[in-house]
Design a protein around this ligand. Structure first.
Ligand code: HEC
Length: 150
């Protein structure tokens, strides 16, 4: 019985690289994006495909940092679905917390991440200084996804 339960756990649970990031995600992000970032139709997009693609290019890395710091507002398309709700700003979290939650999203939730380097607190510090609102972050995303062919 024990051996059976253990075997089931091994088959479903993946190794988590960013534990602090996972805790933050489960406490603050999963309410909309769902556990494991699978998304929720009509509410919040999945985070299991695009962030990994963003993380390989400088503009995409900046996009991820400004999204968590300043939020995003306006219709977006992910794969074949549209979402149009408000991503809140998480500027009240520390640079380190946000770097870790982005690392959890990029490296634990995305199978592909184009040899991207992990985020550090200094990446967040740079983005924090930028005066952007959710609509500006949304406009940047449109340019990025076009450039990446998403
Ligand atoms: C209140 C619901 C809500 C919460 C909580 C939330 N998000 Fe979001 N998130 C959204 C919505 C909605 C969008 C899409 C915004 C839009 O339509 O413009 C989004 C977009 C994103 C994107 C951009 C995806 C893309 O393809 O460009 C990322 C990355 C992201 N969220 C990460 C997070 C992280 C990390 C957290 C926790 C720190 C979080 N979100 C918490 C609702 C939420």
């Amino acid at each position: 019985m024990m051996a059976f339960a253990g075997a089931v756990n091994v088959s479903v649970a993946q190794t988590v690289l960013y534990h602090a990031g996972k805790s933050t995600f489960d406490a603050h992000c999963a309410v909309c994006h769902q556990a494991g970032g699978i998304g929720q139709d009509g509410l919040a997009p999945p985070l299991t495909g695009y962030p990994g693609k963003y993380a390989g290019v400088a503009a995409g890395r900046q996009q991820l940092t400004v999204t968590v710091l300043h939020g995003m507002f306006g219709e977006i398309r992910v794969n074949d679905k549209t979402y149009n709700f408000r991503m809140p700003s998480f500027a009240s979290m520390s640079d380190e917390e946000l770097a870790q939650v982005l690392n959890y999203v990029v490296f634990d939730l995305n199978a592909q991440h184009a040899n991207a380097k992990p985020f550090t607190a200094s990446d967040l510090k740079t983005a924090r200084g930028q005066e952007l609102d959710g609509s500006a972050v949304h406009a940047r995303r449109a340019l990025l996804t076009k450039r990446l062919g998403l």
